[in-house]
Design a protein around this ligand. Structure first.
Ligand code: DC
Length: 210
């Protein structure tokens, strides 16, 4: 039986970690679709292109090789910010969504995470999760991660950043971030990763056996 798991949620909600854990648990391939937008943004930055140049973004999206998405090379904060800017262009989205759907069409299934998986990329997924957490909790998690890696950051600036990214991702006209009508909401504000994983697993198991 095919098991296609769609996971959406805002930046730093923990959806990526949950997606990876679920993929490992079920032995399924996983695609972090944020990396596809990040790859386009990074290629544009590397080429010296203006992120406001829609035609350049479209051309870059068509040419980027998605078989080699390197998480560590794409993880920089500035690349995430740039990705959220080029993600507003409808034709960029159409190009990337087509590639994401190809990935999703595997016989045993797959796990995809992003902003529009349940609503646009995989509307027929076996199970849809919408992972949420308050902006304050997400900002705190990001700060902890930065401190853990030996860095420094201003907590107020991080919170402002999380809120700005939310506004852009939920406010864009094409495929804004929102839960699909049939998504299961998972608010992880008061959960650690273990508790969130157990809750997500329970939802998937129920859907799988339905
Ligand atoms: O999840 P992330 O931080 O890697 O995503 C970076 C940006 O990419 C995000 O702010 C908006 C965009 N994105 C999107 O529009 N649709 C997706 N399915 C995934 C990411």
């Amino acid at each position: 039986m095919t098991l296609l798991i769609a996971i959406d949620g805002p930046a730093a909600s923990g959806k990526g970690t949950l997606a990876r854990r679920l993929a490992t648990h079920y032995g399924l391939p996983h695609l972090d679709t944020g990396l596809t937008y990040r790859a386009v943004a990074k290629a544009m930055i590397d080429a010296g292109s203006d992120l406001d140049d829609e035609a350049a973004a479209i051309a870059t999206a068509r040419n980027v090789d998605f078989s080699r998405l390197d998480r560590s090379a794409l993880s920089a904060h500035a690349i995430g910010e740039a990705a959220s800017r080029i993600a507003v262009y409808p034709e960029v989205r159409r190009t990337l969504v087509a590639k994401q759907r190809e990935f999703a069409a595997q016989p045993d299934g797959a796990v995809l995470d992003g902003r529009d998986i349940g609503t646009v990329v995989c509307p027929d997924a076996t199970v849809k999760l919408y992972v949420a957490a308050s902006p304050e909790v997400r900002a705190r998690r990001r700060l902890d991660e930065i401190l853990h890696n030996g860095g420094q950051a201003d907590p107020a600036a991080i919170l402002a950043d999380v809120k700005r990214r939310d506004e852009r991702d939920t406010g864009r006209a094409d495929s804004p971030l929102r839960p699909a009508a049939d998504a299961h909401l998972l608010d992880t504000s008061d959960m650690d990763i273990e508790a969130a994983f157990r809750a997500a697993l329970a939802i998937v198991e129920t859907a799988r056996n339905a």
